[in-house]
Each structure stands twice: as structure tokens, then as C-alpha cells.
Design a protein around this ligand. Structure first.
Ligand code: NAP
Length: 247
């Protein structure tokens, strides 16, 4: 088991990619905190994790609210004793062309995706520094590397996550805390299911492997970054995109 008795906090863990990360980590021996705005769904995912024989805590958490995030981390420390791994996965889209994008659409996406990531990193960094170990994994996107029509807010938030990750990696490396980001391409989830067919067709043409990825494809890379196998890897962005973006 690659994560035996580690405690992992996964934001947006109730469904989609976050849920898949939670299940993969639990199968590798981790206890899981499923933190999500949707408590009902988070509780369902937590129950499935318990079914795998691991401890699971469903936490109602809006990552945009720092006081609530701090409170949530304190609850985890009370109940599970530590936080070894943070996965910043909660994310939203509110697409619109720049000329039509409202202040509200910009703010909402930056708040959840970028400020939410900052809030969670800040809240776990103190206990991680104290225990002199930790793994921080943030889910960015290839859109943060290449930009995309109609996604100024989303692209900026994901590029921000990549830069934030590099800074955290530099600041916390001496405390044995690694920070990396994962940039998925097009993955089969509710988020991509709502894309228009024409957009999906064009995307497929741009993917050398000519298929969408699965949530497990992303979860497996997160597993590597959470495990001891990646102990000398920090500040990196790993793309999981069927070859769509090559540096
Ligand atoms: P998803 O299916 O929409 O799941 C996201 C989860 O995050 C939902 O459970 C959602 O809750 C929760 N969430 C939303 N706002 C939150 C907040 N303020 N605080 C806490 N939780 C919140 O998305 P996904 O496709 O699995 O994507 C997961 C991550 O991967 C995101 O960061 C996304 O940007 C990134 N990503 C996805 C793809 C893709 O192709 N799917 C590609 C690149 C990157 P509710 O929906 O119930 O509100």
C-alpha cells in the first residue's frame, strides 16, 4: 500500500475527479476527508470509502471562505490527528467570451479555483510545517497553460494555481513539504459532458491519443505525487492530456 495510514483532505471530493482521487487513495490505505459544498453527496462518497475499510470524514466546506476552511482543518486535526496530503480539486467554470464576461463570472471562478486553493494551502501549511512533512497537490488544467476561447476567468485561475504551486514549493521545501500541480486535458466528467458537440469534436482532433481521459487517469498521477515515490519532485506541473500539450 502506497499511502498506508496517511490522512488526505480532498476538496470537491464528492464527485468527478475528486471522488476518483478519494477512491484511489483509499484503496492505497489512506483515510480520507471528503470536503465539498454538497454535504449529501460528500457523505455518500465517504460511506463508499468506509466500505473499503478506511476512515472517512464528510466535511461541508466552501473553499472560498477562509474561516470555514481553517475551522474544517481544525476538525480534521481533532478527529484524525493530522493532515498528510491536501488535494486542491474543487473547481468551477463560468464560460463567456471576454467581451461578454461579467464581473460576477470573473470573480466566482477566481474565488473558487484560485483563492480557494490559496485558502486550503494556507490552512494546512501550519500543521504540515509542525509535523515537518506534507504533500500538496493542486488540480490545474491545460487551459492554464494554453488559454482558451471563452475561458479568460478559468485560464487565469489555473495559470495562477501553477504559479502559486511553484511559490509554495520554494517556500516549504526545507520543511519536507512538496507542492505540485496536475493539469488535466479533457476528462470524462459532468464538467465536460456539458460542452457543445462542436467543441468536443474540435478537441478530439487536437488530442494525439484521440480520446478523452478518465478521472482515474488523473487520480493515478495524484497517487504518484502523494506517495513516497515522488519525494524528489516539487514545483512541477504534470499534464494528463493524451499528448494535447507538449512543452
Ligand atoms: P465536477 O464534476 O464539477 O466536480 C467538482 C466538485 O467540486 C463538485 O462536487 C462541486 O460541488 C465541488 N465544488 C464546487 N465549488 C466548490 C467550493 N466552493 N468548495 C468546495 N467544493 C466545491 O468537476 P471535475 O470535472 O471533477 O473537476 C475537478 C477539478 O479538475 C476542477 O478543479 C477542474 O477545474 C479540474 N479539471 C477538470 C477537467 C475535466 O475535463 N473535467 C479538465 C481540467 C481540469 P457542486 O458541483 O455540488 O457544487
Amino acid at each position: 500500500m502506497r499511502l498506508k495510514d496517511k490522512v488526505a483532505l480532498i476538496t470537491g471530493g464528492a464527485r468527478g475527479i475528486g471522488r476518483s482521487i478519494a477512491m484511489v487513495f483509499a484503496r492505497e490505505g489512506a483515510d480520507i476527508v471528503v470536503a465539498d459544498v454538497n454535504l449529501e453527496l460528500a457523505s455518500k462518497t465517504a460511506a463508499e470509502i468506509e466500505g473499503l475499510g478506511r476512515k472517512a470524514l464528510a466535511l461541508e466546506l466552501d473553499v472560498t471562505d477562509f474561516a470555514k476552511v481553517e475551522d474544517g482543518v481544525n476538525k480534521i486535526l481533532d478527529k484524525l490527528g493530522k493532515v498528510d496530503i491536501l488535494v486542491n480539486n474543487a473547481g468551477i467554470t463560468k464560460d463567456n467570451l471576454l467581451l461578454r464576461m461579467s464581473q460576477a463570472e470573473w470573480d466566482a471562478v477566481i474565488n473558487v479555483n484560485l483563492k480557494g486553493t490559496f485558502n486550503c494551502i494556507k490552512a494546512v501549511s501550519r500543521p504540515m510545517v509542525k509535523q515537518r512533512s506534507g504533500r500538496i497537490i493542486s488540480i490545474a488544467s491545460i487551459i492554464g497553460l494554453m488559454g482558451n476561447w471563452g475561458q479568460a476567468n478559468y485560464a487565469a485561475s489555473k495559470a495562477g494555481i501553477i504559479a502559486l504551486t511553484k511559490t509554495v514549493a520554494k517556500e516549504l521545501a526545507s520543511r519536507n513539504i512538496n507542492a505540485n500541480s496536475v493539469a488535466p486535458g479533457f476528462i470524462q466528467t459532468d464538467m465536460t459532458a456539458k460542452l457543445p458537440e462542436e467543441v468536443k469534436r474540435k478537441m478530439m482532433e487536437a488530442i494525439p491519443m484521440a480520446k478523452l481521459g478518465t478521472p482515474e487517469d488523473v487520480a493515478n498521477v495524484c497517487l504518484f505525487l502523494a506517495s513516497d515515490e515522488s519525494s524528489y519532485v516539487t514545483g512541477q506541473t504534470i499534464t494528463v492530456d493524451g499528448g494535447m500539450v507538449m512543452a
